[in-house]
Ligand binder design. Sequence first.
Ligand code: ATP
Ligand code: MG
Length: 354
Amino acid sequence: MGGQHRIAVIAGDGIGQEVVPEGLRALEMAAKRFDIDLAFTEFDWGCGHYERHGRMMPEDGIDRLASFDAIFLGAVGWPTVPDHVSLWGLLIPIRRRFEQYVNLRPVRLFEGVPCPLAGKKPGDIDFLIVRENVEGEYSEIGGRLYAGTEREMAVQESIFTRFGVDRILRYAFELARSRPKRHLTSATKSNGIIHTMPFWDERVKAMATAYPDVRLDQYHIDILTAHFVRCPERFDVVVGSNLFGDILSDLGPAVTGTIGIAPSANLNPERRWPSMFEPVHGSAPDIAGQGIANPIGQIWSGAMLLDHLGYPEAGAAIVAAIERILKSGRVLTRDMGGSASTEEQGKAIAAEIG
Ligand code: ATP
Ligand code: MG
């Protein structure tokens, strides 16, 4: 804490270009109010860079990021570039090289945002998803056999190491312990996926002995998704593998009204390397360039960045500003039933912080 904090900014593609300026506006306002020294350096990496140079970022891109205190990312991906190229050319290398093994995604229903679930009040939905972010189902191991023949097949391996599973579970148990409800839910599918998932379940049971004060539930992913929709008030901290965590963290925001408000933190909890903060949503080509994207996911990600740098009051001030703007029903973007532009909503939130 204290001193100057260097933040690498990658706005990326599509609506990333529109929401990142609003995220920066909020960060600058909070920095001013709480006297925090933030220095931003922008990088024009992403699909545009790919089209110009054949790479999502320069060859030494990762090395250049290594000395920053945090990375503030918009979105990467564009229809003209294959998904695996944009993902594996920027996002995944950053997560892996910087050991950002925790992907933390808060899910919260705010007053003023229409909830698609009947009868849910703000306060009913307020939980955290902890996604394992560097191993599991998202591996490069596998391939095709007998390509182009009748016997053609694809094989994909998942990697679950004891080290990797234990460190994400420890993070999740500690997080659950720090919250009033002290409740952890773990997602697997051990009846269908019979090697990796029972291993995860076993590690959960083993670790639970060190956390007798944390109430534990273990569900299969299929029934868990049903519970997310039927009784989201049941959850406090939810931990899952890379794939299951990814799915749950799209579903979570969907039940709170819009994916546009959902933030995420890719954390290296040991702070050996920079952590990265980005909204849950992608580049949204269908609405890009129109100035109508909801900037709250980006702004809230900025609040998580400040938390991580050691300024929880500044982070909380941003979240409180979001809360007040949503509650007031003024300046809502289209996805929340209003007609405000990205910039109008961003400016209203920034003004509320200052
Ligand atoms: P990715 O593959 O990167 O996850 P995606 O193709 O799954 O991206 P998104 O880009 O997240 O999808 O968009 C999903 C839908 O949500 C789109 O219809 C998009 O318009 C909408 N959406 C996403 N983000 C926002 C936002 N900030 N404000 C309003 N609508 C949004
Ligand atoms: Mg998606």
